[in-house]
Design a protein around this ligand. Sequence first.
Ligand code: LMR
Length: 349
Amino acid sequence: MKRDKRTRVLIGATALAMVAVAGCGARGGGTASGASGGTFEIKLAHVVTPNTPKGQAAAKFKELVEQSSEGRIKVTIYPNSELYGDKDELQALQSGAVQMLAPASAKFTTIAPQLQVLDLPFLFDSVQDIPKIVAPDTTVGKSIFENPQLAQKNTKVLALWDNGLKQLSSNKKMTEPTDLKGLSFRIQPSDVLRSQFEAWGAAATPLAFAEVYNALQQGVVDGQENPYSNIESQKMQTVQKHITESNQGYIGYVLVINDQFFKGLPADLQQDVTDAAKASADFNRQVAADLNTKAKQTIEEGGTTTITTLTDAQRQTFKDAVVPKVWQQYADVIGQPIIDDLLKQQGVS
Ligand code: LMR
């Protein structure tokens, strides 16, 4: 499943050539053809495999919007960082080389640092808590759906997908923060995540998702954090002897579209895109838990990795080291009222 570097470069170059030809179309880069601006192509790039919660939500979006638009919108999905990866996808969106992306919130840190709210450790105790905290009309939801920094960057938020909660992996059994001391963990490029690992005594190294497997295999880093579906679909368990089921953080995907491209669509097609995005988010929630459960089973059956579930007391020890300390550390970036509101919901003042 892993591609060697040369194959990836060739795929990337071919895809870029296609974009260059296609890019002469409508505003925001999507191709338009036909008598009255008839058909539009949306290129949707992402970094995971098609059988993950994000991959499945992307396929659902494509199915729904192609159906409701009666073929006037065609969606082409580029998974696995094949077209663009973590380092260049946001630039590609803003320039119109692709029209849609669904990066994890952490990937927006440089252009919209407030989105790190979703990286706050232990924001959720279980997946059941997710919908009520991130709904568009909550303080957290507004900071994402109405984010002014994204709006300034030609980036419109359509929906929030997710992949549930993250688990820790390394070659060492980890049941308390001191077990992480001296280890280095790959993180997504988020300052909040860096502070989380540092509070546990570990070092943090930001790396693109496509580089994680090799970095673990070659010992560039000792561990990482991700939901089971990302661990299993990247075969990380074959190079990590231990997983700690800690549910310590959330992976939320911000489904975004190039705003110029969106505004260039006829009103009925804008509605089709908005509706399909909403419906794909509902679908994503339904499949995420199931896909993560199945991925966990596959890892267990593979026999390469021991999964240790933290007791409530052990999880609380990890939590006490970062809440409220790390949350307060980022109050300026995320917004003190949001932090206060979230701490209140946790019963911490
Ligand atoms: C990661 O980089 O670990 C994840 O954000 C990948 C993803 O998109 O699920």
